[in-house]
Design a protein around this ligand. Sequence first.
Ligand SMILES: [Zn+2]
Ligand SMILES: [Zn+2]
Ligand SMILES: [Zn+2]
Ligand SMILES: [Zn+2]
Length: 274
Amino acid sequence: MGAQQQQETNGKEAEEGGVGKRRKVDTDVTMDLDILDCPVCFLPLRPPIFQCTVGHAICSSCRDKLRDKCYLCSLPTAYNRCRMVEKVVESIKLACSNSSHGCTARITYYQKEEHEKGCQHAPCFCPETGCSFSGPTKVLLEHFLGEHDWCYGEKDLRYGKTYRIKTLLGVLGPTVLMGNDGRLFLVNMTMESLGGVISVCCVEPHISGSRFKCRLALSCGEPSYSQTTEFLTSSTNLHDGFPKDCFLFLVPKVLLGDTGTNPAATVCVTLKPQ
Ligand SMILES: [Zn+2]
Ligand SMILES: [Zn+2]
Ligand SMILES: [Zn+2]
Ligand SMILES: [Zn+2]
């Protein structure tokens, strides 16, 4: 064990053996968060944090690169752990940016970005033109049903099971599917020059990488027509509206007539994890 490591280990033991009570004071503090960034790489400082002999604190990866010269004071130096700054960095807790959407997490400055990348309270957006509503998927769902009168195609969808979506060709606009795991899917039909275009997307705040296989089966007695296609759904927070680069299921214009609907046609959907 090198001298540096030995010193660090001893420091840890001394810290754990410390006495005295910590006081938690809930107070209104204003702070310039820039001081919690490494002055060399500008990334948030996270333990272990090191300081030069003058007292400039830098992150450990910058310490590894600079080794024996301080970037700030340009003096030859030996870096040591800076436990005071480590304690400060660990003790300052911030609210998640999604606190207004129900996230109660209090996180350190250096964990904030990581937390928010995966925060389940991050909002998704209403894709309706002219509507700026956003919220967690549960709240957004209520908004879709209450404000825009979108209909449920299925409230408790089991993966692998086939459901007949009665509303899909009966009305224009999105149909809501709710998986029995709480996942929200939208099946949207719009009219284009060639006919109706159906897209299916999974609404989630972060692209999780888990995609779903969707099987759409359209059948109609008059005029006689049937079409079945299997494709992968896209995953979106709807920030830019309905995804445009996803698979599009084309419903021939002849089936839809002037109204863009055909209540007599049957559309069945089956979703299952890929
Ligand atoms: Zn750095
Ligand atoms: Zn320095
Ligand atoms: Zn959060
Ligand atoms: Zn809306």
